[in-house]
Design a protein around this ligand. Structure first.
Ligand code: HAM
Length: 421
C-alpha cells in the first residue's frame, strides 16, 4: 500500500487513457464552435451564495454536496459543483447582456460534488457545459439538445434517446404543486419519510423517489404537462415538433424533474445504457428566472452539462477506439561523449522543424539498452551515432520494422528524416 492515495471519488487519468479524453474534448469543442458557441472560462470557486441562491437551498447539491470553505480573508467560497450559476454570474458581471443576444457560451473543466463515489460518480469530475442566454425561442432549446446528441453520435454512441419533460413556470407550477400535494395527502400512509419531507421543501422531487413503496404512487400522480399554462404548453409543443423535424428521438418522462431548482419549462437528460440506472450522460434544461435571481436583468436561458467521465466509460464499454496519440517516430541512440553531443544537437534541429523525436536519456548506457527502449517506444527509425559515424560523416539509420540499416549523410539527415515521418 503506498503511503498516499488519491482522495475517494477522484481519478488519476493516466497517459494510456488520454486519447479518449483528447477525442472527447476536441469533438465537443469542434461541435460547439460549429454552432457558434464561444468559450467562457470562469473561476473554479465562487462566492457560496452564487450556488446557494442559483441551484437552491434544499437541493442535495447545495445541502449535502458542496465543497465550501472560508478563505483567509473570511470569504465564504465554494468549489463549483456545476457551471450554470457561475456562467450566469459572469454574464451579468461582465455586461454580456448588452452584447449581441443570444450569447452562446461553452465551458469545460473540473467540477466538485461530495457525492457517494461509485462507477460514473465522482467527487471531482469534468463537465462540458453549454448555455444559450437571452432567448426564449424553443429553437434555442433545440440547439442545445442537438449539440449533445451530435456529440454522442459523433463519438460512436448508438441508440440515443432524450428523456424529456416540462416543469412549467412560476405561473403554472404552483397549481400543479397544489394538485400533487393533495394527491399525496390521500396517500400519506403509503409514502416514505423522505417524500414526506420533500413535499414540504421541494415537492416536485417526490417524483424522483427511488423507494419501492412510492413507485405505484408516482405512477398515478398528476402530470405536470396537464397543468402547463398556454405559453409553456406552446413552448413544449414547438420543441417536440422541432425534435421530430430533425429526427432526434425522445420519450416523455413525467417523472423527470432534475435536482436543481432553477429549471423552468424544458428539462431533459440522455441516459447511458451500460453504466447503471442512475447514470445520466448529460442533463439540462431552461432556467428563465436564474439571471434575475442572481441580481441581473430578466434573461431567459437554456443549457446542458455533460459529464466527460461518463462518456469515456461508455466509449470503453462500447469498445469505441479513439485515435492513437501522436508520439515521436524517431529515436536517437549514440555511443560515446561526442556522438551524444551530436545527438543532442540533432534532437534540437528535428524538433525545430516539427519532427517528434526521443533522445536516449541516461548516462553511460549501452547501445543494447537504448535499442530496447526504442523498440518499446514503438518508433519507426532509430538513428545511431558513434565515433565511426562521425568520422565517416554518415549516420546509421535503422528501420525498426524491417530491421534494415541505411547510411545517411549527416548533413542531409534532418531533411531525410522529416520526409520519412
Ligand atoms: P447535472 O445533471 O447536475 O446538471 O449534471 C450534469 C451531468 O454532469 C450529469 O448528467 C453527469 O453526466 C455529470 N455529473 C454530475 N454529477 C456527477 C458526479 N458526481 N460524477 C460524475 N459525473 C457527474 C448540471 O450540472 C446543470 N448545470 C446542467 C445545465 C446546464 N442545466 C442548464 N445548463
Amino acid at each position: 500500500m503506498p503511503s498516499y492515495q488519491r482522495p475517494p471519488g477522484t481519478l488519476d487519468i493516466l497517459p494510456e487513457e488520454q486519447p479518449y479524453w483528447t477525442r472527447v474534448r476536441h469533438h465537443a469543442t469542434h461541435l460547439a464552435e460549429l454552432a457558434g458557441f464561444e468559450r467562457l472560462d470562469i473561476p473554479i470557486f465562487e462566492a457560496t451564495e452564487v450556488f446557494a441562491r442559483g441551484i437552491g437551498e434544499g437541493t442535495d447539491v447545495v445541502d449535502k454536496e458542496m465543497y465550501s470553505f472560508t478563505d483567509k480573508g473570511g470569504r465564504d467560497l465554494t468549489l463549483r459543483p456545476e457551471f450554470t450559476a457561475g456562467v450566469v454570474r459572469a454574464y451579468i458581471e461582465n455586461g454580456l447582456h448588452v452584447e449581441v443576444q443570444p450569447q452562446k457560451l461553452y465551458s469545460m473543466g473540473p467540477t466538485f460534488r461530495y457525492d457517494r463515489p461509485q462507477a460514473g460518480r465522482y467527487r471531482q469530475f469534468t463537465q462540458f457545459n453549454a448555455e444559450i442566454l437571452g432567448e426564449q425561442d424553443p429553437a434555442a432549446d433545440l440547439e442545445i439538445m442537438t449539440l449533445v446528441w451530435d456529440l454522442y453520435a459523433g463519438l460512436g454512441i448508438p441508440d440515443l434517446e432524450f428523456q424529456l419533460n416540462s416543469t412549467g413556470c412560476p405561473r403554472c407550477r404552483p397549481k400543479y404543486v397544489e394538485a400533487l400535494k393533495s394527491y399525496y395527502q390521500e396517500h400519506d400512509d403509503d409514502i416514505c419519510e423522505d417524500c414526506r419531507r420533500r413535499l414540504e421543501r421541494s415537492p416536485l422531487r417526490v417524483l424522483d423517489c427511488k423507494e419501492e413503496r412510492c413507485q405505484p404512487i408516482i405512477e398515478n400522480a398528476p402530470r405536470i404537462v396537464d397543468y402547463l399554462c398556454d405559453e409553456c404548453r406552446e413552448h413544449f409543443a414547438s420543441l417536440r415538433e422541432y425534435l421530430d423535424l430533425l429526427d432526434r428521438r425522445y420519450v416523455l418522462n413525467h417523472r423527470l424533474v432534475r435536482g436543481l431548482d432553477y429549471y423552468t419549462k424544458t428539462v431533459f437528460e440522455v441516459w447511458a445504457s451500460g453504466i447503471g440506472a442512475q447514470s445520466a450522460l448529460c442533463g439540462g434544461g431552461r432556467y428563465d428566472g436564474l439571471a434575475e435571481l442572481l441580481g441581473g436583468p430578466e434573461t431567459p436561458g437554456v443549457g446542458v452539462a455533460i459529464g466527460l467521465e461518463r462518456i469515456v466509460m461508455t466509449m470503453k464499454e462500447l469498445e469505441v477506439q479513439p485515435p492513437a496519440p501522436r508520439t515521436p517516430k524517431i529515436f536517437l541512440a549514440y555511443l560515446g561523449d561526442r556522438p551524444r553531443q551530436e545527438s543532442l544537437k540533432l534532437m534540437d534541429q528535428l524538433r525545430h522543424v516539427d519532427v517528434g523525436v526521443y533522445f536516449a536519456i541516461g548516462r553511460d548506457r549501452g547501445l543494447r539498452s537504448q535499442l530496447r527502449e526504442a523498440d518499446k517506444r514503438d518508433v519507426r527509425y532509430t538513428v545511431i551515432l558513434g565515433e565511426n559515424e562521425l568520422e565517416s560523416g554518415k549516420a546509421t539509420v535503422r528501420d525498426m520494422k524491417s530491421g534494415d540499416q541505411t547510411d545517411v549523410d549527416l548533413k542531409l539527415l534532418v531533411t531525410w528524416l522529416s520526409e520519412k515521418v
